[in-house]
Design a protein around this ligand. Structure first.
Ligand SMILES: Cc1cc2nc3c(=O)[nH]c(=O)nc-3n(C[C@H](O)[C@H](O)[C@H](O)COP(=O)(O)OP(=O)(O)OC[C@H]3O[C@@H](n4cnc5c(N)ncnc54)[C@H](O)[C@@H]3O)c2cc1C
Length: 449
């Protein structure tokens, strides 16, 4: 057992996972959460209902023995099912046969992690306690409960896992202990969550093993399956402009918009107009900041350190991977936080920045490029290269989603790949006809050898 006292601020996905990782090492940890216990009060929305869990997230959950249990809560999605304006669909497989990303309920996963945390005597969970401020001279955190009662608690080590609008980060910024770098970029788009209910028999109205996309160039609708037969849909649309949330102020306008751009979806969504006005239109931002720590006192983990837009389905996965790295560093250096925090930052910061950029790039791919014939051709060649030359070529999507290649490396290699794919489609005019031919390997080999 350690003499240090640890605090984790935020019992969301990343904070609850981190608490179990620390507890397994014998560290006494108190976890402070602003909201009520979702296992009693129910899951309070505000973020997406479901999420795509992929390799990096699963590896971290395996560290605390939850890998198999989590998979029972998942629906595998083997590819994108792209819906055009005529209602025709095209399936684009993500990886090799059997490779999938996994749709999981945010509330279900968070509850599972909290229940796991409850099993450890050295974890104390506090709910309805909001971190207001931190004095980094004394490492005292001020918490406010529901009755506006203020309590101060002192810890040796503090982890800020309180999400994109982190109060811990805010306290770090205003602390006089160091200079802070902070760049934020708000998207002109927001999102609206909607749903496709199950069939009368409790089944799924569209293919349940796909992530559905209705790309419409500057905006898009997506849908991920839930275990109860429903789909959670998200409309990503600009706040302002010709086609925008600004123009959707009445139920009639919403229905007319959907009938124009997503006619095949309208019969699937009986509650469309009501849901549209019940759900919020939150802001989406990428924030690049640093450092993520105060030496020997405090570190940011997950969205608190690297808030990103949701288009690569990697925010939670990246936050869980932060925990994998912390676990590794603790294994190497014990409780030497003076050493661990700078090392953690050095290893993770370039990847936090890279996954933010990857997510922004994937927005353009999802809403626009997946319907573009040249992109579709390049995508097919990309996959063929990965099949024919597995030791030399891995698609960027596979690097990000099915491997633990650092995000910064996936970014660099993906850009190199794009140059090569462009050269191939420019030089090999009839490549599309050759995709299934025996000559393909010889044609492509000269571009990668
Ligand atoms: C629409 C959308 C879709 C997404 N889809 C995916 C996806 O498919 N795959 C994926 O990997 N990621 C996805 N993400 C990103 C993912 O939601 C986040 O990366 C993830 O939730 C980050 O987890 P976290 O624990 O760091 O932060 P959060 O989940 O935000 O948790 C922070 C916790 O801290 C608490 N808290 C906040 N402030 C305080 C305070 N002052 N005091 C005490 N407690 C506090 C909050 O109540 C919350 O419980 C998506 C995000 C959005 C918005």
């Amino acid at each position: 057992m350690s003499d240090n006292k640890y605090a984790i601020v935020g019992a969301g996905l990343v904070g609850s996972l981190l608490s179990v990782i620390l507890a397994k090492k014998g560290y006494s940890t108190e976890v402070w959460e602003r909201r009520s216990d979702m296992r009693k009060a129910g899951f309070q929305g505000g973020r997406s209902i479901n999420l795509a869990l992929s390799n990096r997230g699963l590896r971290a959950l395996e560290l605390i023995g939850l890998g198999e249990k989590v998979m029972e809560l998942c629906i595998p999605m083997y590819g994108r099912e792209v819906h055009d304006e005529n209602g025709d669909t095209r399936f684009m497989q993500y990886g090799k046969d059997g490779e999938a990303i996994n749709s999981i309920s945010r509330g279900g996963l968070n509850e599972l992690l909290l229940t796991e945390a409850d099993k450890y005597d050295n974890i104390k969970l506090h709910f309805d306690q909001r971190c207001e401020d931190i004095n980094f001279h004394t490492n005292e955190i001020s918490f406010l409960d529901q009755n506006e009662h203020l309590e101060k608690k002192k810890y040796n080590i503090i982890f800020g896992t309180d999400g994109a609008f982190s109060a811990v980060r805010q306290a770090m910024i205003k602390s006089d202990r160091f200079d802070f770098e902070f760049r934020q970029n708000y998207l002109a788009h927001s999102y609206k969550e909607l749903s496709i209910p199950p069939t009368a028999e409790g089944g799924w109205k569209i293919n349940k093993n796909a992530l559905h996309i209705w790309p419409r160039k500057s905006f898009m609708l997506i849908a991920l399956p839930n275990l109860d037969g429903s789909f959670t849909c998200t409309l990503f649309l600009a706040y302002h402009g010709e086609v925008s949330f600004d123009k959707l102020k009445t139920k009639e306008a919403v229905l007319a918009f959907f009938k124009t751009y997503f006619p095949d979806v309208v019969p699937l969504m009986p509650n469309l107009a009501d849901e549209f006005f019940e759900n919020p239109t939150p802001a989406l931002a990428t924030i690049k900041l640093g450092p993520w720590f105060i030496p020997n006192k405090c570190a940011l983990v997950g969205d608190a350190a690297h808030p990103i837009v949701p288009f690569y389905g990697q925010g939670m996965n990246a936050g869980f991977e932060d925990c994998t790295y912390l676990n590794m560093l603790i294994n190497e250096h014990g409780e030497n936080w003076e050493h661990i925090f700078p090392e953690y930052y050095k290893l993770r910061k370039p990847n936090g920045d890279a996954v933010g950029d990857l997510a922004l790039m994937n927005f353009i791919e999802m809403r626009d490029l997946v319907a573009d014939p040249v992109f579709i051709l390049k995508n097919k060649i990309d996959k063929k290269l990965a099949q024919l030359f597995p030791d030399q070529w891995v698609t960027q999507y596979a690097m990000v989603t099915f491997s633990d290649t650092p995000y910064s490396e996936a970014m660099r290699l993906g850009l190199e790949h794009q140059d090569i794919l462009q050269k191939i489609v420019t030089a090999e005019k009839d490549i599309e006809k050759q995709l299934e031919s025996d000559a393909l390997k010889t044609i492509l080999s000269k571009y990668i050898l």
